[in-house]
Design a binder for this molecule. Structure first.
Ligand code: UN1
Length: 501
């Protein structure tokens, strides 16, 4: 194992060309616990465009070797990495809760998702199926194979600090690409934990490079001519910028952006189950998932009953430091994220929605040093209200009424985004109609909008994405491109479409 930075000083480095190095800026940024801002987790490199360029150059050099390593051998390294994450799951989860706030049970899930993805993609090292098809000509052989593209720029958010990097980096590697990785500045420790595992598992120098901090790094990753693929998860505004930056160079761009996901509760739903699902979908991860159920539309026949129970249960959720037993909802990730939540609560009140429960920042006693907010539910929400249209990314759920499935679907689809949706019903016909008619990338029946598994495609329609999917074998399509190969063994000229007799 190569030595990395000295964590006892709590100063962390970039990884460039297999070496842990300081940024050329000489500057560091602080990473603090959102449950307690006195808790300084560490200081990380505030990187410059020059750091990013060095990392890209290293990745380009490493690509010339890595692409020739047989995919099953690349995969062996990834299997080892997965095993190392299994062994460190608890400590990685604790680091993650400390740096971004979600409760331990959920950070364990985040690390588990990285384990699952790494095992799944490592398995692809021995598959990566192409097609073998008959040729229309007699002595000719036809097939397609996946080829890597080169250096990939990976830009990831803070809400799934290990899972989402794994969704991108692992398929990139198994396909034979090399990587420059810029994690969110709110969760650099989880990124470093992941990259160190890859390094320790045997990923060669330069194949994975890590550059923390600074929006300028993202700009370099989305514009530099050597970068062939940019994979980004984050806000729609930044995703649009990444797309624009990458367009002149015809880069392959994979974007995974916002959501305004809906749970439909029909009058024949098992109400207790629906309430449970709405609590988990709306307030799990403090509502900070792209897949969060920030909208619920309830059939008018059961609206009052549902809302009463939903509010009662939301009020009883235990908010606190996610590292403590029994806490169900952690803080918002940062002061500015909390400010966004509070802004939307005001908007909801101004728009005339009924504040059913919550609505306040928590700042007394144990909450004094963190970014806590009450789980908040608005009722009587109109579908056109901003709280029903815009992504809030916090513990705020908007509840609406409908009179039929058709109306619920119209409300459901009536937003800019299309990531996830779900329905609670006991009627199989209703379930299948909703499954067909909700225009989203993910759909659930009798389960909330969160909980995607790593072996199916993940992503959304409309402003959520740009048509690509991550996870599942669909992820291979982002990080490889097809080459169709024809082998003529006739010893003469055979002409496709011409020699048809
Ligand atoms: C995200 O919200 O950005 O399906 C990812 C889920 C998780 C992944 C969420 N497995 O909610």
């Amino acid at each position: 194992m190569r030595t990395s930075d000295d964590t006892s000083t709590r100063v962390f480095s970039n990884l460039v060309d297999g070496k842990w190095v300081a940024s050329s800026s000489g500057r560091l940024f602080d990473n603090r616990n959102p449950a307690d801002d006195r808790d300084l987790i560490g200081r990380f490199q505030e990187s410059t465009p020059e750091d990013a360029e060095r990392a890209i150059a290293a990745a380009a050099r490493a690509y010339e070797e890595w692409r020739f390593v047989p995919a099953p051998r690349r995969a062996e390294i990834l299997f080892r990495a997965a095993q190392l994450i299994v062994e460190r799951k608890e400590s990685f989860a604790r680091d993650m809760t400390r740096e971004m706030g979600k409760v331990l049970e959920e950070t364990r899930g985040d690390v588990q998702e990285a384990i699952d993805m790494t095992y799944f993609m490592a398995g692809e090292g021995r598959r990566m199926y192409g097609q073998t098809v008959p040729s229309e000509l007699r002595d000719k052989f036809a097939m397609s194979v996946r080829q890597p593209l080169g250096v990939c720029g990976i830009i990831t958010p803070w809400n799934f600090p290990m899972a989402i990097p794994s969704w991108k980096i692992v398929p990139a590697l198994v396909c034979g690409n090399t990587v420059v990785f810029k994690p969110s500045s709110l969760t650099p420790l989880s990124a470093i934990n992941f990259v160190k595992v890859l390094e320790e598992a045997g990923i060669p120098p330069g194949v994975v490079n890590l550059v923390t901090g600074g929006p300028d790094v993202g700009t370099v990753l989305s514009t530099h001519e050597v970068i062939k693929v940019v994979s980004f998860t984050g806000s729609t505004a930044v995703g649009r910028l990444v797309n624009q930056n990458a367009a002149p160079g015809f880069k392959k761009v994979h974007l995974e952006m916002g959501g305004k996901n809906i749970i439909i509760v029909m009058d024949d739903a098992q109400l207790e189950l629906a309430v449970e699902g709405c609590l988990w979908g709306g307030f799990g991860t403090t509502g900070q998932r792209c897949t969060a159920a920030s909208r619920v539309v309830v059939h008018e026949k059961v609206y009052e009953e549902f809302l009463g129970e939903f509010a009662r249960r939301a009020k009883a959720l235990h908010v606190g430091n996610g590292a403590q037993d029994g806490v169900q909802v952690g803080p918002s990730v940062s002061e500015s994220q909390l400010a966004t939540v509070m802004k939307y609560v005001e908007i909801g009140k101004r728009e005339g929605a009924t504040l059913v429960t919550g609505g306040h920042r928590l700042e007394q006693g144990e909450y004094a040093r963190g970014w806590f907010h009450e789980p908040t539910i608005f009722g009587d929400v109109q579908p056109s209200m901003r709280i029903a249209q815009e992504e809030i990314f916090g513990p705020v759920v908007s509840v609406m009424r409908c009179g039929s499935l058709a109306e619920a679907v119209e409300i459901g689809n009536g937003v800019a985004y299309g990531l996830s949706a779900s329905i609670y019903t006991r009627n199989v016909n209703t379930a299948f109609a909703a499954m067909r008619d909700m225009y989203t990338g993910i759909f659930y029946v009798n389960a909330p909008t969160i909980g995607a598994e790593v072996h199916l495609p993940f992503g959304g329609t409309k402003a959520t994405g740009n048509g690509h999917r991550e996870a599942g074998i669909a992820a291979l399509d982002v990080f490889s491109e097809w080459k169709s190969i024809y082998v003529d063994f006739s010893g003469r000229l055979q002409r496709a479409q011409i020699d048809v007799e």
